[in-house]
Design a protein around this ligand. Structure first.
Ligand code: PLP
Length: 391
């Protein structure tokens, strides 16, 4: 395989990592918008609300007070303490601040965990469909994501049986997300226990991405930390807290892993954004939580609206998305080529959605992800436009 674009030689790892299909959609959507077309954006997983005012104000205050240098590698102690309290308040669990590492987004946390756990050629179980960047993080460090096909029968989540079936000599662990991207499905406590026990039995490490926990629409979505302190948990200020562009997340690590992770973090990032960390302290104030919880209800209403509208058009959504910002729908009634379907929908009707091919291989060409990142009025326009090409 050539590792050159005719101009410069690139590494195989760089060339192996494929661009997102959604970026193609987005680029074209922007082009069309520049030409004056009215585009409804349901493609990128980003809340469409600006960062809540109390967080903004705290960020501005921090900047004007000179919080512009590097912070401690693991994050400012105030934020680690605030998160520790958050776990006590939300889940009734005791998570020592020292086990909480602030990272540049969940992305930074996932990369750190991969770098910490995987040797070249090692593999890690991930779901197909699943969050695509994990595969890229693993490729980057010469390890490999091992795609485990998950179906609606298993609520698009790993099971202990699947873990055992796909485990190989090279496997060092399993990664799950609850609620998941792209399906929004969650793991119950007994399922988390069973997966955790299975991974332990096989001598591996469990990683749980809880980035969409704050956007869970069930009464209660358990954190894996309630049942096991020996797991890695990834979370973020991006989604529920509405701070995507501030680039701030966190990892809860097993006690024995913290030092080693901090060492890697020193080299990879030096620190996370300091003003963002001070801004994030305002996330836990009562008035901020009130705003964020109201927004969560808005997302729930949008989900309900879109789910029912898409179902009436003939899109099939076999598992209720219990959280996150997405509806992952089976569009096989309309297409066997989700890439074409999404581009066609954009070109003809100005609705930007993501093809299943971004999330894996299984059923990817028959699936489409709708992000409900527009208000119900816009969603309703989008549904009318989609109807013109599927009915
Ligand atoms: C499942 C999942 N994990 C991690 C991330 C990374 O988020 P961030 O780096 O903004 O915290 C995303 C972003 O969409 C995601 O969907």
């Amino acid at each position: 395989m050539s590792n050159s674009n005719g101009y410069m030689k690139f590494s195989n790892r760089a060339l192996d990592i494929e661009p997102f299909r959604v970026v193609e959609v987005l680029t074209r959507a922007k082009e069309l918008a520049r030409q004056g077309r009215d585009i409804i954006h349901l493609s990128v997983g980003e809340p469409d609300f600006p960062t809540a005012t109390p967080i903004l104000e705290a960020g501005i205050r921090a900047l004007s007070e000179g919080a512009t240098g590097y912070s401690e590698v693991g994050g400012i102690p105030e934020l680690r303490n605030a998160l520790s309290k958050f776990y006590a308040g939300e889940y009734g669990i005791d998570v020592a601040p020292e086990r909480i590492l602030i990272t540049p987004g969940a992305s930074g946390g996932l990369l750190l965990i991969c770098a910490l756990l995987l040797n070249p050629e090692d593999t890690m179980l991930v779901t197909d469909p699943g969050y695509p960047c994990n595969r890229s993080f693993m490729r980057l460090i010469e390890a490999k994501a091992q795609l485990v096909p998950v179906t609606s029968q298993d609520n698009f989540q790993l099971t202990p049986e699947l873990v055992a079936k796909y485990w190989q000599e090279s496997t060092v662990g399993a990664m799950v997300a609850s609620p998941s991207n792209p399906t929004g499905t969650t793991l119950k406590k007994n399922q988390l226990i069973a997966i955790s026990q299975q991974v332990k039995k096989l001598g591996g490490q469990l990683i749980v991405d809880e980035i969409y926990h704050g956007l869970g629409f069930k009464k209660y979505i358990p954190s894996v930390l309630e049942i096991d302190s020996d797991v890695f948990v990834v979370n973020s200020f991006s989604k529920y807290f509405g701070m995507t562009g501030w680039r701030l997340g966190w990892v809860v690590a097993p006690e024995g892993a913290v030092k080693e992770m901090e060492k890697l973090a020193q080299h990879l990032f030096i620190s996370s954004s300091t003003p963002a960390q001070y801004a994030a302290l305002a996330c836990f104030d009562e008035k901020t939580r009130f705003i964020l919880d109201e927004r969560k209800e808005v997302f729930r209403n949008r989900r309900d609206f879109l789910l029912s509208a898409l179902s009436s058009l003939g899109f099939s959504v076999p598992c209720l998305p219990e959280g996150a910002l997405y509806i992952y729908s089976d569009a096989s009634k309309f297409t066997e080529d989700s890439d074409f379907f999404c581009m066609d929908l954009l070109e003809r009707q100005g609705v930007a959605v993501t093809p299943g091919t971004d999330f894996g291989l299984i059923g990817a060409k028959q699936h489409v992800r709708f992000a409900y990142t527009a208000d119900v009025e816009q969603l309703s326009f989008a549904v009318d436009r989609i109807a013109t090409i599927v009915t």
